[in-house]
Ligand binder design. Structure first.
Ligand SMILES: NC(=O)c1ccc[n+]([C@@H]2O[C@H](COP(=O)([O-])OP(=O)(O)OC[C@H]3O[C@@H](n4cnc5c(N)ncnc54)[C@H](OP(=O)(O)O)[C@@H]3O)[C@@H](O)[C@H]2O)c1
Length: 295
């Protein structure tokens, strides 16, 4: 039995909360920005309904065994406002977000020894507060060790492909290779079909090659062939396939351009590796976001 505070019940968070609530040994509280009364998650295994306690003020939080952060990366600072009331000396923090900086993002606000970075592949969308749809299977990867093992045990009853790895660095950089290649869609406001344009395909390859170079300098094992694999996969995908950067830009929401592209240029500088294409994508999307906010 575990007490859990899940922060950020969006597409990922509400789906995970719905699964957690199916194990009645867990005590699940949801920390939301926008309140709702119940969760209905449509998953490949059927519709899951749950009624966890939903709180909207960090002052309402109580110490728990686990805090699960499922906000977008740009809301990490706000997510951390839940920590002081929810943490005790043994509380662990699972960071379930994209990118490669899961631990660094929270290291100033939580003891890094008790942070579990989680790589998640779970294609989900939020239809409205508390209502989600999961369009494919869920894969979770955590670093091997006690913390990762205990985190995965929270979902032992769920229909997830969940595993520990001795090489988490490679797992997150491999995913970043895929995610960084999605930026041209958001810049051009076009779904993945735009990758059939040769110039766009070449840009995507360049983004991934930069990611490979910086990822290797960070310790990841990444084959050269990943760039072609990702671009070929994009060109074969249904042309109307979107990604979350594109969806966020179209909806006028903030975008995770720093976690998906800016980070490659930032970490590249640390190693003397230039990543101009990723820097350019991040700069264009930052500008688009700022212009959007001012309109
Ligand atoms: N969706 C996917 O298919 C998918 C797949 C793999 C990885 N990821 C990654 O998973 C992470 C979460 O993505 P998502 O798609 O689930 O995002 P999302 O649907 O935008 O959900 C984020 C949730 O966080 C809430 N939130 C923001 N600040 C908060 C705060 N201070 N306290 C409590 N809640 C707060 C938001 O509240 P509001 O309701 O007020 O907006 C929203 O419910 C991202 O890093 C994303 O890249 C997503």
């Amino acid at each position: 039995m575990a007490s859990i505070l899940l922060v950020g019940p969006g597409a990922i968070g509400a789906t995970l909360a719905a699964w957690l609530c199916q194990d009645d040994r867990h005590r699940v509280v949801v920390a939301a920005r926008t309140p709702f009364h119940s969760i209905e998650a449509t998953t490949p295994s059927g519709v899951i309904r749950a009624r966890p306690q939903v709180i909207t003020d960090p002052a309402q939080a109580q110490p728990v065994d686990w805090i699960l952060v499922c906000t977008k990366t740009y809301d990490s600072e706000a997510a951390a406002s839940w920590f002081p009331r929810a943490s005790g000396p043994a509380t662990r923090l699972a960071v379930i977000q994209n990118g490669v900086e899961h631990v660094q993002r929270f290291a100033k606000r939580f003891d890094p020894v008790r942070i579990v970075p989680v790589m998640i592949d779970l294609p989900a969308e939020r239809l409205s507060p508390g209502r989600t749809i999961q369009r494919g299977p869920a894969h979770l990867v955590v670093p091997a060790g006690r913390n990762g093992q205990d985190f995965l045990a929270l979902f032992a009853h769920a229909n997830f492909d969940a595993r520990q790895t001795e090489d988490f660095t490679t797992a997150v950089w491999r995913k970043l290779c895929l995610n960084c290649a999605g930026a041209p869609c958001a810049v051009l406001l076009e779904p993945l079909g735009i990758s059939r344009h040769d110039g766009v395909a070449e840009l995507m390859r360049a983004l991934v090659r930069e990611c490979i170079a910086v990822g290797r300098a960070e310790g990841a094992t990444l084959a050269d062939g990943i760039a072609d694999e990702i671009v070929d996969g994009a060109r074969r995908a249904p042309p109307d396939t979107g990604n979350s950067l594109l969806a966020d830009r179209r909806a006028g929401r903030p975008m995770e351009y720093d976690a998906r592209n800016g980070v490659i240029a930032r970490l590249g500088r640390k190693h003397g590796i230039s990543a101009p294409m990723n820097a350019l994508m991040a700069a264009l999307l930052e500008a688009a976001q700022q212009v959007g906010e001012e309109v």
